[in-house]
Design a protein around this ligand. Structure first.
Ligand code: GLA
Length: 385
């Protein structure tokens, strides 16, 4: 049975009435450019083959009705007029936040069945896949004047204002704007984009995602702390955002001898060097047939996230170190940090060795068994039916 048939069937079982269409939006893995998005910087994600599908129909009774194949029995029904941040919460907050952001367009309400295979809590943006699939559906059905790029902010508002996670626009942009066979080079300040060809298979390479089995939650804790520290550093330096710091030397004023100044220096140094790494990776990819040449940049990005931004975990560090020992071209943790996945760039004929080495090392260390799978740069959000 195809994904569309499954969504159709589940929609019929949940809502009975006629369906208006089925949409899909992917998760993402970021090649490089971590935590730069809320600093007006650069990112370079690819879309995953895994997607969330949304089967949608408008209603006329003013209700938002939400059902998820991943949360059976958890049917949510709320009047559009009563949507408010945190109500509903949990998984339903993402689609509900999108409906809230477009509530003038769907006053009669909407029925949404979601079904997806983007692993949740792995740092692969299952939440953006969920919100972007619904955003594209509502655009096509009820807001044709909006461009797909406008939906980035619709989905971001759902996540920031409704769910309460203070993220940037990396995940939503990747899910909506990526194209197959390319990485999306995005300037998060002016929103300009470039589709950078990334044909890993032709180069005999694979991008291996390694789930460490440890989860994260960006609505609480460390993610928001990092964001605040970056804003403080920018303020002390007198710049609009850390994007505007030209080089590491310009960070010297942060180093005022206090522990706090030392922390801000580290955070800012990650952002400045990470932006430079994105530009360097894009330069390499534009100019070479060998994407393996970007490997050392990925590994340097990991060191910076571990030592300066301090958001890695012992599991992520172990996965990265083991991958490199087993012959990977480069490896780094991905996403918001404090758990989730690492990504490994590796010669296709070494993928199995690398995956096995990581599995063995995790077993020796007594960690949760990791899960590894190869991904190819895939298409962004689209209508399936
Ligand atoms: C999470 C956020 C993104 C971005 C990354 C880190 O995925 O949702 O906006 O900040 O972390 O690069």
């Amino acid at each position: 049975m195809t994904a569309v048939d499954r969504a159709r069937e589940a929609f019929a079982a949940a809502f009975g009435g006629p369906l208006e269409g089925v949409w899909a939006a992917p998760g993402r893995v970021n090649v490089i450019g971590e935590h730069t998005d809320y600093n007006d910087g650069f990112v370079l994600p690819v879309a995953l083959p895994q997607t969330t599908r949304a089967a949608v129909a408008r209603r006329d009774d003013g209700l938002v009705a939400l059902v998820s194949a991943q949360h059976p029995g958890d049917r949510v029904e709320v009047p559009v007029a009563e949507l408010a941040p945190g109500r509903p919460g949990g998984w339903a907050g993402y689609p509900a936040g999108v409906v809230d952001a477009l509530r003038d367009r769907v006053p009669g309400g909407v029925s949404v069945l979601v079904d997806g295979d983007v692993p949740a809590g792995m740092g692969l943006s299952s939440s953006a896949a969920l919100s972007c699939s619904v955003a594209l559906a509502l655009r096509d059905l009820a807001a044709p004047d909006l461009a797909v790029a406008d939906l980035v902010d619709v989905a971001r508002r759902a996540e920031n204002d409704f769910v309460g996670a203070p993220t940037g626009i990396l995940d939503q942009s990747a899910s909506l704007l990526c194209t197959a066979g390319h990485a999306l080079f995005l300037d998060t300040r002016d929103r300009s984009t470039e589709q950078v060809p990334l044909d890993l298979r032709a180069a005999g390479l694979e991008l291996l995602v390694v789930d460490t089995g440890t989860t994260h939650d960006h609505a609480t804790g460390g993610y928001g702390d990092r964001r605040r520290e970056c804003e403080q550093a920018a303020e002390r330096l007198g710049v609009r955002a850390l994007r505007d710091v030209p080089d590491v030397a310009a960070l010297a004023p942060l180093d005022d001898g206090t522990p706090e100044g030392g922390v801000l220096l580290r955070r800012a140094r990650h952002i400045v060097t990470e932006n430079a790494r994105v530009l360097e990776v894009v330069r390499i990819l534009r100019g070479t047939a060998d994407p393996g040449a970007i490997g050392p940049m990925l590994t340097a990005g990991h060191a910076s996230l571990r030592d300066d931004f301090q958001i890695s975990t012992v599991e992520l560090d172990t996965a990265v170190a083991t991958a490199l020992e087993a012959g990977a071209a480069g490896a780094r943790m991905v996403g918001g940090g404090f758990g989730g996945s690492a990504v490994v760039l590796v010669d296709a004929d070494r993928t199995d060795d690398v995956a096995r080495a990581i599995t063995d090392r995790f077993a020796q260390q007594g960690f949760t068994p990791p899960r590894a799978f190869a991904v190819v740069p895939s298409a962004g959000a689209r209508r399936l039916a």
